[in-house]
Design a protein around this ligand. Sequence first.
Ligand code: FES
Length: 86
Amino acid sequence: MDKKISVKVCLGTTCFVMGSSNLQELIETVPRKYGDQVEVTGVPCLGLCSIDWEFSKAPYVKVDDEVIKEATVEKVLSAIEAKIRK
Ligand code: FES
């Protein structure tokens, strides 16, 4: 595999309030676990909260093109695992 998996943790206001602050630990733990196979960054509002707001599915994380709703550390890690195994 030569392409890095990109993980974008939304740190926009809505996601932050809905718990993405807990996801910031991924920014440290994921590189420790997967080295440079995966790149985790915190990003400003992904624009998903305004589309999907009535369903309240924040916080959002993107793993490559896949949107993870109501993201938790566990969900993000299993999405990464699924991609690495491909
Ligand atoms: S604040 Fe996260 S998608 Fe808008």
